[in-house]
Design a protein around this ligand. Structure first.
Ligand code: MG
Length: 161
């Protein structure tokens, strides 16, 4: 078997008033936040699913069920760290990660370096291999009306043990 595995992750969360916006492991000043059982960090959730998918380890809901009170308002940085521990336990390390966040507002580009730094630290790697892109839905559909955000991620893992 080749020493590489690729995984894809997708997630969406609704944007509502009265919640902090937590995205890519950082808090972003905005009038609304993502709704979910955990902190609803849509980008970190997509990355978790990309890592899990690469090794055919089911999905984030399987490992961290939203019916479990331990994950109520959970910090998704902890979920990502725990997910990466599963990857390492299988003898793999991250090669590189590419992701896209689709959000009408707020403007995400100024925040991308801070997100890259947090994610690189959690995945024990360099920011150089953590790509985060931002786009909008051009004012169409629920994302375009600012009612929700979507994140997608692709991860390449390399066997090291
Ligand atoms: Mg989620």
């Amino acid at each position: 078997m080749l020493p590489f595995r690729i995984g894809f992750g997708y997630d969406t969360h609704k944007l509502v008033e009265g919640r902090d916006l937590i995205l890519g492991g950082i808090r972003i000043d905005y009038e609304r936040g993502l709704l979910g059982h955990s902190d609803a960090d849509v980008l970190l959730h997509a990355i978790c699913d990309a890592l899990l998918g690469a090794l055919n380890l089911r999905d984030i809901g399987f490992h961290f069920p939203d019916t479990d009170p331990r994950y109520h308002n959970a910090d998704s940085k902890v979920l990502l760290r725990d997910t990466y521990a599963l990857v390492k336990a299988k003898g793999y390390r991250l090669g590189n990660l590419d992701s896209t966040v689709i959000a009408e507002q707020p403007k995400l580009n100024p925040h991308i370096p801070a997100m890259q730094a947090v994610i690189a630290e959690l995945l024990e790697t360099d920011v150089e291999v953590i790509s985060i892109k931002a786009t909008t839905h051009e004012k169409t559909d629920a994302v375009g009306r600012g009612e929700s955000m979507i994140a997608q991620a692709v991860a390449l893992l390399m066997k090291v043990e």
